[in-house]
Design a protein around this ligand. Structure first.
Ligand code: EPU
Length: 441
C-alpha cells in the first residue's frame, strides 16, 4: 500500500489543468448502457473509480477502449449479456448503483447488489427504489441484491412513465434531495413508455451534464420550476442513439487546488474550470480574503501576502456550499485568524478528518448535531494521519503542505479515486510531496 510523505512550508505557484468531473463521468458511463450504439466520451479523467465502473460495465457486455493519455473513452454495449451487478464490484464503489436505472430502462430488469453504508454516512438507496416503483417496477431485496422487474406486455418488459415525487427528505428542517436518486430516476425514465415528471429533482451541475448527454442521444428531457419545485419532465422514447460528448470540468478538483493555493499563501492559475458552477465556494474564499480573478477558461487564486480570515460555513445542496468542498475549506479555516463555525447538513458523518487535523495541532471542537467550532491556530505540525475518504484525504494533504515538519498520510488509495495526478500536479506547483510504499500491508 502506498503512502504520501509531505514536508510542509512551500508556497504553491503556477498553473494546473482541471480534468473531467468524476461525479459526472460515472453517471455518463452508466447511461451509455441505454443505447446499443457506440458512444464516445471526451475529457475522461484517469481515476480508479472509473476503472471500477469499467469492470462493472464489462460484466454487462460493454466493450471499453480508454485512451488515457488523450482522455477519450469509447463504450459500446450492443447487447446486455447480464443484468447482474455483483457484490464484489458494487462494494468497491457506491456510484455502481447508477446502473440500476440504466438497466431497468434498457432491459426492464436488473439485479444490483445493494451498496450498503459507507464511512461518510449511512447513504441508503430507499429513494432510488421508490423512483423505480413510481415507474411501475416491482422491487424486492433478495440476499443483498436489489431485484427490479418492469411490467411485462407481450413478453416485453418496459417501465411506464409516472410521477416521481419523493426524491426529497427533510433533515433537521433542511430539505435534502438526492443526487444519485435523481440520476437513477432520469436514466430509468428516458426509455419508459409515456411521460414522466420528476419533482424535487437535484439541480447539481453533474445531473445537468447527464441530461445534456441523454438529449444528445435522442432523449426528450426538459427542466422547469413549478411553484418553487425543481422538476424534470421526460417524454419516453423507443430508443436512444450513440453520440460524442465531453464531460464537464470537475468543480471539486478545481476547488481543492484553490484551497491549496490559499493555504500555502500561493498563486495558482486554475485552467479548464467553470467558475459559474463554483460561485458559493468562491464567494467564501473571497470572504476569507483570497483574491479570485476570472480568466478565459478558469480563474486565478492569489493568496500571496494574505492573512486568511475566519468564515462560517453551512453546507447545503447546489447552489449552496458543497459538502464535497467542506473538509478542504475547513482545513483552511483551521489556520485562519479567528473562529469559524461549520454546519454539515448533507451527510451525517463527514467530520472524520477533524480528529486527524487535531493530531496536527488544529483547535477544533465538535459541538454535536454535525457542527464544529474551528479556532484558527498559528501553525499545524506534521504527524501520521489517515484518509477516511476521498475529500478528507485531499484535505489532509493540504494540511501537510503548511505543517511544520513531516506529514505521513496513510490510505491514500482514496485520493486516486477522484484526483488524477494529484501528487504530480502538486509537485509541479512546488510542493514537497512524494509517494512511498508501506512495509506493512
Ligand atoms: N439519501 C437517502 N436516501 C436515498 C438517497 C440518499 O436518505 O435513497 C440521503 C443520503 O444519505 C444523504 C442525502 O440523501 O444524506 C444526499 O445524498 P445523495 O443521494 O444526494 O448523494 P449521492 O448521490 O450518494 C453524490 C456524489 C457525492 C456528493 C453527493 C452530494 C457521486 C458518485 N457522489 O452522492 O460525492 O457528496 O452527491 O452532492 O456523484 C464525493 O465526490 O466525494 C462524493 C461523496
Amino acid at each position: 500500500m502506498n503512502y504520501f510523505k509531505i514536508i510542509g512550508g512551500k508556497s504553491l505557484n503556477g498553473s494546473v489543468n482541471i480534468r473531467g468531473a468524476k461525479n459526472s463521468v460515472l453517471e455518463l458511463m452508466s447511461a451509455t448502457l441505454l443505447t446499443a450504439e457506440p458512444m464516445i466520451l471526451h475529457n475522461v479523467p484517469n481515476l480508479s473509480d472509473i476503472q471500477t465502473l469499467i469492470d462493472l460495465l464489462s460484466n454487462f457486455g460493454t466493450s471499453v477502449e480508454w485512451d488515457k493519455e488523450n482522455h477519450i473513452m469509447k463504450l459500446h454495449t450492443p447487447v446486455i449479456k447480464s443484468v447482474k451487478a455483483p457484490y464484489e464490484i458494487v462494494k468497491k464503489m457506491r456510484a455502481s448503483i447508477y446502473v440500476l436505472g440504466a438497466l431497468m430502462g434498457r432491459c426492464g430488469e436488473a439485479k444490483v447488489s445493494s451498496p450498503g453504508g459507507c464511512v461518510i454516512g449511512q447513504r441508503p438507496v430507499n429513494i432510488h427504489l421508490l423512483a423505480m416503483e413510481a415507474l411501475g417496477a416491482k422491487i424486492e431485496i433478495h440476499h443483498g441484491y436489489i431485484v427490479g422487474e418492469a411490467p411485462s406486455m407481450n413478453g416485453v418488459r418496459r417501465l411506464q412513465g409516472g410521477i416521481i415525487s419523493g426524491l426529497v427528505r427533510h433533515q433537521n428542517g433542511v430539505a435534502i434531495t438526492t443526487h444519485g436518486g435523481s440520476v437513477n430516476a432520469i436514466e430509468a425514465a428516458v426509455l419508459a413508455e409515456g411521460e414522466t415528471v420528476i419533482e424535487y429533482v437535484s439541480i447539481e451541475p453533474e445531473v445537468d451534464d447527464l441530461i445534456n448527454m441523454l438529449n444528445k442521444m435522442g432523449a426528450k428531457i426538459s427542466r422547469e420550476i413549478k411553484d418553487g419545485v425543481n422538476i424534470v419532465r421526460i417524454q419516453g422514447v423507443e430508443k436512444l442513439h450513440g453520440c460524442e460528448y465531453s464531460v464537464m470540468p470537475d468543480r471539486l478538483e478545481a476547488g481543492t487546488y484553490a484551497v491549496a493555493a490559499a493555504m500555502t499563501s500561493g498563486c495558482i492559475e486554475i485552467c479548464n474550470a467553470d467558475v459559474s458552477k463554483m460561485e458559493n465556494f468562491l464567494d467564501k474564499l473571497k470572504e476569507a480574503g483570497v483574491k479570485i480573478t476570472n480568466t478565459d477558461n478558469g480563474f486565478i487564486v492569489d493568496a500571496r501576502n494574505v492573512k486568511i480570515k475566519s468564515v462560517n460555513v453551512e453546507v447545503s445542496q447546489y447552489p449552496g456550499f458543497p459538502t464535497d468542498m467542506q473538509s478542504q475549506f475547513m482545513t483552511l479555516m483551521s489556520i485562519a485568524d479567528g473562529v469559524s463555525i461549520l454546519k454539515e447538513t448533507v451527510f451525517e458523518n463527514r467530520l472524520m478528518y477533524v480528529p486527524e487535523l487535531v493530531r496536527m495541532g488544529a483547535d477544533i471542537r465538535i459541538l454535536g448535531d454535525n457542527t464544529a467550532k474551528f479556532t484558527g491556530v498559528k501553525k499545524l505540525y506534521g504527524a501520521d494521519v489517515m484518509a477516511s475518504d476521498l475529500r478528507s484525504g485531499a484535505s489532509l494533504v493540504i494540511a501537510g503542505l503548511v505543517a511544520e515538519g513531516e506529514t505521513i498520510l496513510h490510505r491514500v488509495y482514496h485520493i486516486y479515486r477522484g484526483y488524477e495526478n494529484f501528487v504530480e500536479n502538486l509537485r509541479s506547483l512546488g510542493a514537497n510531496i512524494e509517494v512511498l510504499k508501506e512495509d506493512i500491508e
